[in-house]
Write a protein that binds this ligand. Structure first.
Ligand SMILES: NC(=O)C1=CN([C@@H]2O[C@H](COP(=O)(O)OP(=O)(O)OC[C@H]3O[C@@H](n4cnc5c(N)ncnc54)[C@H](OP(=O)(O)O)[C@@H]3O)[C@@H](O)[C@H]2O)[C@@H](O)CC1
Ligand SMILES: Nc1ncnc2c1ncn2[C@@H]1O[C@H](COP(=O)(O)OP(=O)(O)O)[C@@H](O)[C@H]1O
Ligand SMILES: [K+]
Length: 467
């Protein structure tokens, strides 16, 4: 198994920090952290020499003050605004003053701002006094541990927050670093590694997705790689069938069977797909994708029952999710061992499992547990939660995938990876990453329709496999 980029929640980080602090001299962790911040600041300054510190009430502010101390020792002009002067980190402030650091009421003109307002203890958006200072910043911001105002564990931004060009964090990555925009993220080692067990969340990088992507071997034929079945589209919505089938065809080699009322449209666009008008006539498959454009009437319900009974992994999207929300008895058709991947967007999630709320990871986890399914919650940040508690997250680098039909492409990709017998959490995670990369490559900076995203799938696979 390839190691993924792990992320640890604040409770876990604190517990690990306590164990490390018990055996290292007081203040040494903060000094190491602050030295890392100062090093990054010098790099960002690129020869310029004026730094402003925004210093909050806790150790995050202490890091900023100690970073100011190291910067002063390198001849940088550093001034600091203390947001809570009586609570400012005493040793850090004394050290900062000792080397000529100035405390001011307003930062004024500086070349770089160090955000030490709040770190792991952050709750809610920036408070008004801090927000007021942040609102007037012109210079790039280097965030200490995390951009203040963003929730460390959920990445939620519910009001004013710092927008960082770079974030220097310590010991390990926290959820915020994958769930929200923190600029470039750098990690400074403060010796937490041995104290941290497995992460709470993980992120797949391009090379990992490339390494997991199924490719045919010398012994393979069209059947051995897994046959994907697509039960999507309708006479009214043939497009969903064309997109989902196309994605399954482009994602892996082998074979794709399409079954449904859009067979003529699918056949015309994808002559290599084996098409039938009814799911009862479809041959054997190793996975089913069901739902996009399928409708929610009685015949669609019959299709959903058939795929749930088929005993192969199933990816359920769009109308399939709506049907399950409207009629939970449909779940009874599922063999308890059948792996199911549900791919709701927020409104579909709401129908199925209630409000998503600010904590998208918790929401995906809740639904995964409730339905004993892999839940892929779509959006700019895609969260994949498994019923076993594993969570993968993927933050898209752009938003060009926010276009009608792009979800149909995603479900086809997932179906193909399930047919190739990838673990369902990994299948969903790899598909989400590939989808986001395909969107970026297809776009190149201009809006694109979902069919262009689809056409970029081979290019994205090549890029990830060579990465
Ligand atoms: N432990 C270690 O070994 C190491 C820790 N390190 C560093 O310590 C940091 C954690 O420090 P911490 O726990 O002292 O609290 P921190 O995040 O600075 O918050 C301070 C206070 O801010 C307030 N506040 C809350 N929300 C707010 C908001 N939205 N907007 C504005 N203010 C808000 C709230 O105060 P209140 O006013 O509620 O009393 C809170 O108590 C960590 O991120 C890392 O940088 C490193 O040095 C490495 C070694
Ligand atoms: N702002 C965004 N940034 C990046 N990707 C997004 C954004 N909004 C949606 N997406 C992605 O686009 C796809 C949209 O799927 P969906 O909402 O089901 O659309 P449709 O039903 O029209 O196919 C999902 O893969 C989702 O993760
Ligand atoms: K901060």
């Amino acid at each position: 198994m390839i190691p993924m980029r792990g992320l640890w929640t604040t409770a876990r980080v604190r517990a690990a920090e306590e164990r490390v602090m018990a055996r290292v001299p007081a203040g040494s962790l903060m000094r190491r952290a602050a030295f890392g911040v100062a090093t990054a600041a010098l790099e960002l300054l690129g020869g310029k020499r004026r730094v402003g510190l925004l210093v909050g009430a806790g150790n995050n502010g202490g890091d900023a003050l100690w970073a100011g101390y190291y910067l002063r020792r390198r001849g940088v002009a550093v001034r600091a605004v203390l947001l809570a002067p009586e609570k400012a980190h005493a040793e850090g402030l004394a050290a900062f003053r000792r080397v000529g650091g100035r405390v001011v009421d307003r930062l004024g003109e500086v070349d770089l701002v160090v955000d030490g307002i709040v770190g792991l203890s952050a709750r809610g958006p920036l408070r008004p006094d801090a927000a007021e200072h942040v609102a007037h910043l012109d210079a790039p911001v280097l965030a200490v541990d995390l951009p203040s105002g963003i929730d460390p564990d959920t990445g939620a931004i519910t009001g004013p927050a710092v927008r960082a060009a770079m974030t220097v964090t310590f010991g390990c990555l926290k959820p915020v670093h994958a769930l929200a925009d923190c600029g470039e993220v750098r990690l400074v080692d403060i010796g937490l590694g041995p104290e941290l067990a497995g992460p709470d969340l993980a992120e797949l990088d391009d090379a990992e997705v490339g390494a997991h992507w199924p490719v045919p071997g010398p012994q393979d034929d069209k059947y051995t790689q897994g046959v994907t079945g697509v039960a999507a589209g309708s006479a009214t919505y043939p497009g969903a069938a064309v997109l989902a089938t196309g994605a399954a065809l482009l994602a892996t080699s082998g074979m794709v069977r399409y079954a449904g009322a859009a067979a003529d449209g699918v056949r015309a666009r994808w002559p290599e797909a084996i098409c039938t008008g009814s799911i009862t006539d479809a041959g054997r498959v190793q996975s089913w994708v069901a739902g996009p454009g399928l409708g929610t009437g009685l015949s669609a319900e019959a299709v959903l029952r058939t795929v749930l009974e088929a005993g192969v992994p199933v990816c359920l999207d769009a109308d399939a999710i709506t049907m399950l929300a409207n009629n939970p008895d449909l779940w009874d058709a599922r063999d308890p061992d059948t792996p199911v991947v549900l791919t709701p967007h927020d409104r579909e999630y709401e129908r199925l499992a209630g409000e998503v709320g600010h904590d998208r990871v918790a929401a995906a986890r809740r639904a995964a547990e409730k339905f004993r399914a892999v839940v892929l919650l779509k959006g700019h940040v895609t969260v994949v939660a498994g019923p076993d508690g594993r969570v993968l997250v993927n933050r898209a680098s752009g938003s060009w995938a926010a276009t009608a039909g792009s979800g149909d492409v995603l479900s086809g990709l997932i179906g193909a990876l399930l047919a190739a017998r990838l673990d369902p959490v990994l299948a969903a995670g790899c598909a989400a990453r590939l989808h986001a990369v395909a969107a970026e490559r297809a776009s190149g900076g201009a809006p694109i329709p979902a069919s262009a995203l689809l056409a970029a799938v081979p290019d994205a696979i090549r890029a990830l496999r060579s990465g």
